[in-house]
Design a protein around this ligand. Structure first.
Ligand SMILES: N[C@@H](CCC(=O)N[C@@H](CS)C(=O)NCC(=O)O)C(=O)O
Length: 194
């Protein structure tokens, strides 16, 4: 399968998950003109125009981080807890990060006016506090093992400094732990960010 990505963008979550899941994959980057590294028009692959996109061997294209992460987990049989309630908690955390955190980075990625940045900072600080509470003193966001929620969390925390919002201690420790994982080191290196 092909993961279409941009270095350091949210597709990093799927990249880490692919490595953790032990699935084989090819990476295909896109440029700012939305051309893929192998010369295709990205909009013909994903008309939404944003990464990540996962191209399966039969040509099927999956989009949306939450869906791609779940596809990786289901295909590999890894990265989701056995316990049903904990599985719902993973989906809940993915939905929360996807809808309440990820879009709040827009003002910083695209340099919006300061009042919009200030509103986003407030919301981000609230959301980080909720995630820190949820994590408690555990190593991972849900349950006792790394799940697809942690893969997404890593990217969410990695880019937090761009917003200027300070991470709660628990999340800062989680970021440091994740950064030391072989899968994360490999993913960053493969994206040229080592
Ligand atoms: N709803 C999408 C959003 C993905 C997204 O925002 N991707 C960003 C990179 S982190 C992107 O490709 N932005 C480029 C653009 O919007 O043109 C998801 O959750 O996967």
């Amino acid at each position: 399968m092909n993961l279409i990505y941009y270095p350091g963008a949210c597709s990093l979550a799927d990249h880490i998950a692919l490595i953790e899941a032990g699935l084989s994959y090819r990476l295909i980057s896109i440029n700012h003109g939305k051309k893929t590294q192998d010369g295709r028009d990205f909009l013909s692959i994903n008309p939404k125009g944003y990464i990540p996109a996962l191209e399966l061997e039969d040509g099927t294209v999956l989009t949306e981080n939450q869906v791609i992460l779940n596809y990786i987990a289901e295909t590999s049989g890894r990265l989701l807890p056995e316990d049903r309630l904990l599985r719902w908690r993973v989906l809940e955390a993915l939905a929360f990060m996807s809808s309440e955190i990820h879009p709040r980075y827009q003002p910083f990625f695209r340099d919006f006016p300061e009042p919009e940045k200030a509103r986003a900072r407030e919301k981000l600080a609230q959301a980080f506090a909720i995630l820190a509470d949820q994590m408690g003193d555990r190593t991972f966001l849900v349950g006792d093992e790394l799940t697809i929620a942690d893969c997404y969390l890593f990217w969410v925390l990695m880019v937090a400094p761009r917003s200027g919002v300070e991470l709660p201690d628990r999340l800062r420790r989680s970021l440091d732990r994740m950064r030391a994982l072989p899968s994360v080191i490999q993913a960053l290196a493969e994206e040229g960010l080592g």
